[in-house]
Ligand binder design. Structure first.
Ligand code: GDP
Length: 408
């Protein structure tokens, strides 16, 4: 584990910059050519030609058109050859699979190739947390990713907080699970909403997001565009205080400033301080205010029509949980022989991952298991595209203005 930028928490075993994000267009661009390239050498060396078709290793095809198919290899060609090593792809491999699979060219293995390639590359995700100090942002992030991202954080006292301006800090941690690597960047907005006059609190956050878009735009037109470091913010967890009545003016203004730049997911912080009914009322009030002020939060994509019943049920439950009422804890406690993250009170235990106690599990499932790629796609296809379009309009206007003034 290591934290970059801050220069802290370094684990030598995980080199920095090794993984980069997997752009969806890159996935889509895999060609059959690259499939052939990745095959073992002995499987594609041409040994002879026969009519219009060519023999590739020990299979041949006669045409690239739809009717082309692998032909059974005459035994005389293979009898004196050593047995072929088994393919890593198994199913739908023309050499090893069942007779009916020989009907296929093999591009049904494309998802496997994409899978292998993306696992090798690793994934990258940038999460931003916005909310005033003490709402449990760092505790929640640690609980979500089972890590300690804030080891060296200095908590300021009231006097120091009054003097400070909003400071953006970025921590990076590399997590590996079952061979899949995730480089997680967490952008924190220290000092947000802490001063007496918070008018410009969100300006700094908005500028940071724009700056990452601008960096990406420049990298995209630069020479080394193959190895672009994607630091764009894919998701913003916006923490709403559980103690107020719905949204505060600062929440409305901040969400309005960020809504076209980032996927906002509203969070009711420290929901263990609220009863079941209070949570319900708070959620409905927040949603009606979001509606009233026409604020745009992240919209979950519709379920595909071919999804099964269970998936649809879970998807519906997830959508109903917004804004997620969450609980965080850095403590692991023993509850009836089970070790779990929980908050220990004199009157009982609040379990972080218990769906009856909070929406933590829904939030984590959504962020990590079901919607991470969609959040990245939305960032690239919608928010970044809108930034780029605005930039192009602005630069076009500057060109037109210069042209008018030089030609006068
Ligand atoms: P941050 O400043 O927003 O990052 O807040 P912290 O994560 O540092 O949490 C501030 C305090 O709130 C700490 O004492 C935490 O133990 C406590 N805390 C964090 N999450 C929760 C929660 O879900 N419920 C309650 N009751 N307290 C929490």
């Amino acid at each position: 584990m290591y934290n970059d930028e801050q220069g802290t928490q370094t684990d030598e075993g995980l080199p920095d910059g090794e993984f980069s994000s997997l752009a969806i267009d890159e996935m889509g661009n895999l060609s059959l050519e690259s499939f052939i390239r990745e095959l073992p050498q002995d499987s594609y060396n041409c040994s002879s030609h026969q009519g219009t078709g060519s023999i590739l290793g020990n299979f041949c095809y006669s045409s690239p058109l739809p009717e082309h198919r692998y032909l059974a290899t005459p035994t005389s060609w293979t009898s004196d050859r050593p047995p072929r090593p088994k393919s890593p792809w198994g199913c739908l491999d023309p050499y090893t699979s069942e007779d009916q699979d020989r009907e296929y060219v093999g591009f049904a293995t494309l998802p496997n190739q994409v899978h292998r390639k993306s696992v090798k590359k690793g994934f990258e995700f940038t999460l931003m947390v916005v909310g005033e100090s003490g709402l449990g942002k760092s505790t929640l992030v640690n609980s979500l990713f089972l890590t300690d991202l804030y080891k060296d954080r200095k908590v300021l006292n009231a006097e120091e907080r009054l003097a400070q301006t909003v400071g953006i800090t970025k921590n990076t941690v590399c997590i590996e699970e079952k061979g899949v690597k995730l480089k997680l960047n967490v952008v924190d907005t220290q000092g947000y909403g802490d001063t007496i006059n918070n008018t410009d609190s969100y300006k700094c956050v908005s500028d940071y997001i724009d700056h990452q878009f601008e960096q990406y735009r420049r990298d995209e037109i630069g020479l080394n565009r193959k190895n672009i470091q994607d630091n764009r913010v894919h998701c913003c967890l916006y923490f709403i205080s559980p103690f107020g009545h719905g949204l505060r003016p600062l929440d409305v203004e901040c969400m309005r400033a960020l809504q076209d730049k980032v996927n906002i997911i509203p969070i009711v912080a420290k929901s263990d301080g609220l009863t079941y009914d209070e949570v319900k009322k708070k959620k409905s009030r927040i949603l009606s205010e979001i509606d009233k002020y026409r604020l745009k939060i992240y919209q979950f994509p519709d379920c595909d029509s071919d999804e099964d019943e269970e998936f649809r049920r879970q998807d519906m439950e997830l959508k109903r949980s917004v804004p997620f009422a969450v609980i965080g804890s850095n403590m692991v406690v023993d509850v009836n022989g089970r070790r779990l993250r929980a908050r220990l009170y004199p009157w009982g235990v609040v379990e972080v991952e218990n769906p009856y106690h909070s929406d933590f599990v829904h939030l984590r499932n959504m962020l990590v298991r079901t919607h991470m790629q969609d959040l990245k796609d939305m960032t690239h296809d919608t928010h970044y595209e809108s930034y780029r379009a605005q930039w192009l309009c602005k630069s076009q206007r500057t060109v037109d203005y210069d042209f008018c003034h030089t030609s006068i």
